[in-house]
Ligand binder design. Structure first.
Ligand code: TXA
Ligand code: MG
Length: 356
């Protein structure tokens, strides 16, 4: 049985927070909103409770969880030997969507870290998440609250679809703010490296650290790795049932991008397939002729406001399945700022990439 509790995102109902905290403290699982996506939480130090997270999501055991804290004292309960660079970032970005890789405090059960000697930690900025962790007074492990491999949930309906009956509580506080997950940075390497681009553009992190951050190919969504160090490196991620063809933006040429989308979509329409086109606001009207031929054209947001695109991203991927599209042709974005985050998710969600 899953209990659904509704609350205002900005003024969390204290009774609901108390109730959810009790469930966590008695070894249960609670889905709660964060400023990025919804998370599926359990108390870090309760191994049996953490095991329920892996079971509910059907997550492979070697894919580690992010630990959520509400204070620096709590940070010290899960990490040790924290380097000064970490505090530089913490001072600027916490609470907020930045996850740091730090040496593991031996108190943290290995089930949380997938056997690694490091932990991934962040302090979320969402009032509901913060109040809940404060009430529990213990760090909370929480991956995104979707079934493994599916797009992350940005509203309670997405969670209900994936996890109803598999978790104890779902706190519904409406849409999350950013719509994409936290940025994961490993400051234990020299230079620091980006494990997952996220809601904070990596350029901001570089500014605060006054150094370039290494961006491996897997962080761009281009390759797979043998270790599950960041989502999608090893396992399928963010993928809807609908096969996605991603048409990348090459050399910033929007005209060329539109031309390719049209030719691919036309070929699919000619095979009598239900085609969905996911386009930016700027290029939407270019597909009006295809719409007359039966293509469904979805607006993912403006290229001039990538926060809007990021916020709509996972909802749009889920919508493709709801519309029963046979195939989706999706426009790519420039890999700058949040564009890197968006392209990482789109590449991992796609079955095929068109790059020229
Ligand atoms: O915004 C977010 O970060 C959301 C919300 C709920 O806070 N959480 C989230 O968790 O995206 P999840 O499980 O979907 O992604 C966690 C990823 C793992 O897939 C893993 O790759 C990486 O964080 N991770 C966790 N621990 C790690 C570690 N010790 N070293 C390297 N990567 C780690
Ligand atoms: Mg996830």
């Amino acid at each position: 049985m899953t209990l659904i509790l509704k609350t205002d995102p900005y003024r969390p109902d204290p009774e609901i927070i108390k109730k959810a905290a009790q469930v966590l403290l008695s070894g249960g699982t609670v889905v709660f909103p964060t400023e990025t996506v919804y998370g599926l939480g359990a108390v870090v130090f309760n191994e049996a409770a953490v095991a329920k997270i892996f079971w509910a999501k059907m997550r492979p055991p070697d894919n580690p969880l992010i630990i959520h804290v509400s204070s620096l004292e709590m940070l010290n309960e899960v990490a040790t030997n924290i380097p000064e660079e970490a505090f530089k970032l913490i001072r600027v970005f916490w609470p907020g969507p930045l996850t740091l890789i730090l040496p593991r405090n031996p108190r943290v059960p290995k089930i949380v870290t997938g056997g690694l000697e490091t932990v991934a930690v962040r302090m979320p900025a969402h009032p509901v998440a913060l109040e809940l962790i404060k009430e529990v007074s213990q760090p909370v492990a929480a991956p995104s609250a979707n079934l493994a491999g599916k797009p992350s949930p940005t509203r309670a309906e997405h969670v209900i679809k994936d996890l109803y009956g598999r978790v104890d509580v779902i706190i519904d506080a409406g849409d999350t703010l950013y719509g994409v997950e936290s940025t994961i940075v490993n400051i234990l390497t020299k230079p620091p490296s980006l494990l997952r681009p996220g809601a904070y553009p990596v350029e901001l992190v570089e500014e605060v650290l006054s150094t370039k951050v290494h961006i491996p190919d897997f962080a761009r969504g281009l390759t797979e790795a043998s270790l599950a160090l960041a989502p999608g490196m090893k396992y399928k991620h963010y993928a809807p049932e609908t096969p996605v063809i991603l048409v990348e933006l090459v050399g910033g040429d929007l005209g060329l991008l539109v031309e390719r989308v049209i030719s691919i979509a036309t070929a699919e329409l000619n095979k009598s397939r239900k085609v969905c086109i996911v386009a930016s606001r700027e290029t939407l009207k270019e597909y009006s002729e295809l719409a007359l031929k039966g293509a469904v054209v979805l607006d993912i947001g403006s290229r001039a406001n990538l926060y809007e695109v990021a916020k709509n991203l996972f909802g749009t991927l889920r919508l493709l399945d709801e519309l029963s599209c046979d195939v989706a042709v999706v426009e790519g974005f420039e890999e700058k700022g949040l564009g890197l985050t968006i392209m990482n998710r789109l590449r991992k969600a796609s079955l095929r990439r068109v790059t020229q």
